[in-house]
Design a protein around this ligand. Structure first.
Ligand code: ADP
Length: 622
């Protein structure tokens, strides 16, 4: 009883306490033996005690129990809580009620939990209503936009009839007016399209149609139009595109829409004499497109909201040419659906830089028509594909250090890949896999249609192992190979991932040569290390190079931290004093019986003075 957290007590027929447990005594702030013989009136406020006594009398007189009576109570220590009380009559051998057993349990937490549960249900119901209303609103926008489109298309046709003089000749002034009308019809159509897009996004109805597209061509297609548009405002627009083709899996119309929105905004928020740059950069795993303007810029506080729906921040600027603040939020959705990212850097009065990325699925730039068609048909049929990319890191250096002829190496890689696929895959994968090599840049991609991610991982591991074996067989020292994984769609909200019509995943295999910038010479010399806070430590170097030294330390230093040290060459051959950065630390295997930890520490000199450089060159003989 004393170990129970519940309050337990026995009372006689008069409601006097006969026995109480520790928990009850503690709650009442007295010792158990001091409570015996007292009644609830001695501990509780009168009103509360009266209610308790009433219950006691009911149980004793009727002989019936009270079970789980929930009450709000104030404990003697002043804390408000909820309790559940059960009172059971106690009888003697003849069945006469001689008192009662009471058990009171603190159920405050349970009550709070129940309340929260109810609150949660209430909020969920509200949310449901709001969601219904929201989807009604989206439906409404969608219907209205569609309805607006038809008469607008007719107005456009009619205006064009007159403007093209099909209905008879018009004068210059009339032509001008109708041209303006047409421009405004276009603006209205764009607004309606944006509304339709937003309602599609909200209703999960936005569908993307992927194909293999050369980004450069896509940008060039609209460049004349935008250059002219910019020129009309006295703004120069320039494109900086890579020479090589950039083949991407994208919905060309949608990516075009994003680019158009960014360029339109750049023109809209730039003043006469301004300049706009459209830049494309091919990065390791993605392509980055930038639209950079020298316009009015965006305040730092507004930046986080810029991609929100209906958000317009540069309120004072040329209000008559503004849209409705939907362009960027649609752009964000479109780019994220493509597995990319979009962001902005901006400074008021300096200009804005809008960036977005689209993932690169495979390495080689050049794709012949046959391969292109093969991939396109894959995309059209919505078949999943796994990519395994082999990439030689720092290919120039690799070619210098690894003696295998590039042509032979890639031939061998192809044979290895073929072999692995033959061994590990079924006939359908064997026949439909695509191997692309780019010898000039040291890249290779394998496209495996209709394969599971698990199987692709297995294959990638097999490739890696086979390549390792190959390098050993060819006695290629210094070559390393690692497997990196980039899953796709990456970091995407599940809801969005579902919309991706084709399931892709990418495995990256990196091949490289171990490179050291400086040849290291084994050289032992005494070193005094002044670690931060001037705690000196004496030790010896392991090796020395032109760029730094390696020494043994008994202290665990931090990488990237700075230290100072002095090297004392024997027999007055001179000393070197310098600052250095800790580049790496390796724990040394401790010799048997020794418990002291030792670390090998690699450092890089920071601004080594010329006179010391000379001493090093003379003594270490590089
Ligand atoms: P809008 O149709 O209003 O242009 P967007 O979503 O495209 O809608 O842009 C939202 C807001 O972001 C714009 O109203 C403007 O305030 C700001 N903005 C967008 N691009 C730029 C830019 N290049 N320079 C300055 N402000 C910009």
């Amino acid at each position: 009883m004393d170990n129970a957290p519940d309050v337990i007590y026995f009372k006689d027929r008069n409601g006097r306490l006969v026995l109480v447990n520790q928990s009850h005594a503690k709650g009442l702030g007295a010792r158990p033996e001091d409570i015996v013989g007292k009644t609830d009136f001695d501990f509780f406020p009168k009103k509360r005690a009266e209610i308790m006594a009433e219950d006691d009398m009911y149980v004793i007189k009727s002989g019936k129990p009270i079970i789980d009576k929930v009450e709000r109570a104030t404990r003697p220590d002043g804390i408000d809580n909820y309790v559940s009380t059960t009172k059971i009559p106690m009888r003697d051998e003849r069945g006469k009620v001689i008192g009662l057993i009471g058990i009171t349990r603190d159920i405050t937490r349970r009550m709070q939990f129940d309340r929260l549960k109810k609150e949660k249900i209430r909020i969920e119901k509200k949310l449901e209503i709001l969601e219904t209303l929201n989807s009604l609103k989206s439906e409404f926008i969608s219907t209205v936009s569609h309805e607006l489109r038809t008469p607008l298309a007719i107005i456009k046709q009619l205006v064009m009839l007159v403007l093209n003089e099909t209905t008879g000749s018009i004068n210059k002034k009339q032509k001008e007016i109708l041209k303006k009308t047409d421009n405004n019809i276009e603006r209205l159509r764009n607004l309606i399209d944006e509304l339709l897009d937003i309602s599609r996004i909200e209703r999960d109805k936005l569908k993307l149609h992927y194909s293999l597209v050369n980004l450069n061509d896509l940008l060039k297609d609209s460049s004349n139009f935008f250059k002219k548009l910019a020129q009309e405002k006295g703004i120069t627009l320039s494109y900086h595109l890579p020479d090589k083709a950039i083949n991407l899996f994208i919905d060309a119309d949608r990516i075009n829409q994003v680019i158009s929105n960014l360029i339109n905004n750049a023109i809209k928020f730039s003043e006469e004499g301004g300049g706009i740059k459209v830049e494309v950069k091919v990065l390791e795993t993605k392509v980055r497109i930038a639209v950079v303007d020298s316009g009015i810029g965006i305040a730092r506080t507004d930046l986080p909201q810029i991609f929100n729906k209906f958000m317009q921040v540069s309120k004072t600027f040329e209000t008559e040419r503004k849209g409705i603040g939907l362009g960027l939020s649609i752009a964000k959705e479109l780019i994220e659906r493509h597995g990319g990212e979009i962001w902005v850097e901006s400074k008021v009065g300096v200009g804005s830089k809008f960036y977005f990325t689209v993932p690169l699925f495979y390495r080689p730039n050049k794709l012949n028509k046959q391969v292109k068609n093969k991939i396109d048909s894959l995309l059209n049929r919505g078949i999943s594909a796994q990519f395994i990319n082999l990439l030689i890191v720092d290919y120039k250096e690799f070619r210098k250090r690894v003696s295998i002829e590039p042509k032979r190496l890639f031939n061998d890689i192809r044979i290895i890949i073929d072999g692995v696929i033959k061994k590990a895959c079924q006939a359908d994968v064997r026949n439909s896999s695509i191997i692309l090599t780019d010898i000039r840049n040291g890249r290779c991609s394998i496209i495996l249609p209709g394969m599971t991610q698990k199987k692709a991982t297995e294959l990638a591991n097999l490739f890696r192992d086979e390549m390792k074996r190959y390098f050993i067989k060819n006695k290629t020292r210094n070559a390393f190979i690692t497997l990196g994984v980039m899953s796709y769609p990456r970091n995407m909200h599940l809801r969005k991932a579902r919309h991706f019509p084709v399931s892709f995943s990418i495995k990256e295999i990196y091949i490289g040569s171990e490179t050291r910038r400086f040849e290291r010479t084994l050289y032992k010399v005494n070193i005094k290390i002044l670690v931060p806070k001037n705690k000196t430590e004496s030790s010896q170097t392991v090796d020395i190079s032109k760029g730094g030294i390696c020494f043994v330390s008994s202290r665990l230093l931090r990488t990237d931290s700075r230290i100072q040290f002095r090297l004392d060459f024997p027999k007055n051959k001179g000393s070197i004093y310098t600052e250095a950065r800790i580049a790496w630390i390796k724990k040394m295997e401790s010799s048997p019986g020794k418990t002291v930890n030792k670390y090998k520490v690699g450092t890089e000199f920071i601004n080594l003075k010329n006179k010391y450089r000379k001493i090093l060159a003379r003594e270490v003989k590089f």
